[in-house]
Ligand binder design. Structure first.
Ligand SMILES: [Zn+2]
Length: 429
């Protein structure tokens, strides 16, 4: 529409510090709702009713202080105030050279409106985005190019072709914070288009009719960018470089925080440290040693448990063999969570049960934690099915055939252990 500002020269890009703004509506169109095609017969997704899809509209304004998504920076949040109402804007997208504001209700063209921005959120984006330019400029000095970047909800990152050494990370962080303290001006230049590197422009951006901007950090850096930026490096406050994560072969993501996010992170870490202090009953300096100690204690007790379990399995197996020889049946119940692991070692220790050896019933667990049940020997499935049929353990579910039946008990109800014992005592082989 003739007369409306193009992306590249929107009010938010000309002056990134505008918090409210008066303008007029150029156009407003409903966003077409794409109805989901009929779900396939076997689809597990519930059919979407038309009530689930909220109607929404896209509004083009004569100009805007709300930044549309671009250059790695998410779109702003804000409101459009009309004479009748206040409409929230949570998404603005660029369509060719136009910024389209998503709103829940239509606004008549030519309506005079007032825009207000979620300034805290925007200033945070300006800190992260200008800071990313600075980090990338310092990395360029070390001949480490930035391949991509992402502005995250809490933490952002630059993607680099290799992992930095710990010394390099400290070096980059120090240099960045030196530049912040120097208070270097950040400014936008709109040079002759032939001089601008167009490699990073989105494919659908009309470079002929649009505006190409270069963001400068003093003499340190010049970068084509559409984003909203700070006026001076001092406004970044400080930069903290965090962990690196390997990605796509030998690439590395270097995570960072800038400005107010550094404080928020410090607060979060402090809270976590206090939880650790209290849970581990120790001072912060002792946390690492304490965890190592707990870790080695855990290994020792697991080792001990393994030895003890082997002893228990041996003696239980000997008793079971004896009972099978005498009575043709044997029964083991363990209230602890030994479960199937224990039973399997027991069965391995007993060895192959002869068809004539009788029946072995193994049960474990207690109360709400549930447990396991294993029936082994001649007619195991028959024994199990009468156990299930009598409804002795209500939550028992399982299966098997011939000489082995195994099941899970999701919950032992009151009296069921005794009833199982009773069932076993009455069992005739
Ligand atoms: Zn940028």
């Amino acid at each position: 529409m003739a007369g409306s500002a193009v992306v590249g020269a929107l009010a938010c890009q000309v002056d990134s510090y505008l918090r409210s703004f008066e303008t007029t509506v150029v156009s407003c169109r409903p966003i077409e709702i794409v109805h989901p095609s009929k779900p396939a017969k076997k689809s597990k997704l519930p059919a979407q009713s038309s009530d689930d899809i909220q109607e929404s509209y896209e509004v083009e304004l004569k100009d805007t202080i709300l930044f549309p998504e671009g250059g790695g920076q998410p779109s702003d949040h804000g409101v459009i105030v009309t004479p009748e109402s206040e409409l929230p804007v949570l998404a603005i997208r660029r369509a060719l050279l136009t910024a389209l504001h998503k709103v829940p209700k239509p606004i008549e063209p030519n309506t005079a409106v007032k825009l207000e921005i979620d300034w805290r959120r925007r200033f945070d984006h300006m800190q992260q985005h200008s800071g990313q330019h600075l980090i990338s400029a310092i990395l360029d000095q070390l001949a480490v190019p930035t391949l991509a970047w992402s502005l995250g909800e809490k933490v952002s990152y630059v993607e680099l072709p290799r992992k930095l050494t710990d010394e390099e990370v400290i070096e980059v962080e120090n240099r960045c914070n030196d530049v912040i303290r120097e208070g270097i001006d950040i400014w936008v230049e709109v040079p002759d288009k032939s001089l601008v590197n167009k490699d990073k422009l989105p494919d659908d951006y009309d470079a002929e009719r649009g505006i190409l901007r270069v963001v400068h950090i003093g003499n340190l850096d010049a970068n084509p960018c559409c984003g909203t930026h700070l006026k001076n490096t001092r406004e970044m406050g400080s930069i903290a470089l965090l962990h690196q994560l390997p990605i796509r072969g030998s690439n590395s993501r270097l995570h960072f925080l800038i400005g107010d996010r550094v404080r928020a992170y410090a607060r979060e870490l402090n809270n976590l440290t206090r939880v650790l202090n209290s849970r581990l009953s120790c001072q912060t300096e002792e946390i690492e040693a304490k965890i190592s100690r707990l870790d080695s204690q855990l290994r020792d007790s697991l080792k001990r448990e393994k030895l003890w379990r082997a002893d228990v399995v041996k003696s239980d197996a000997a008793r079971i063999k004896e009972e099978l020889k005498q009575d043709k049946k044997s029964y083991v119940y363990r209230a602890d969570g030994a479960g199937l692991d224990y039973f399997n070692s027991l069965v391995a220790e007993i060895g192959h049960l002869e068809a004539s050896s009788g029946v072995l019933v193994l049960a474990s667990g207690a109360g709400k934690n549930g447990g396991a049940l294993l029936v082994i020997g001649e007619g195991a499935d028959r024994v199990a099915s009468s156990l299930v049929g009598d409804g002795i353990i209500k939550s028992l579910k399982g299966g098997g055939k011939g000489a082995k039946w195994q099941g899970k008990i999701s919950q032992w109800e009151k009296g069921e252990v005794e009833m199982l014992r009773d069932f076993f005592d009455r069992l005739e082989i």
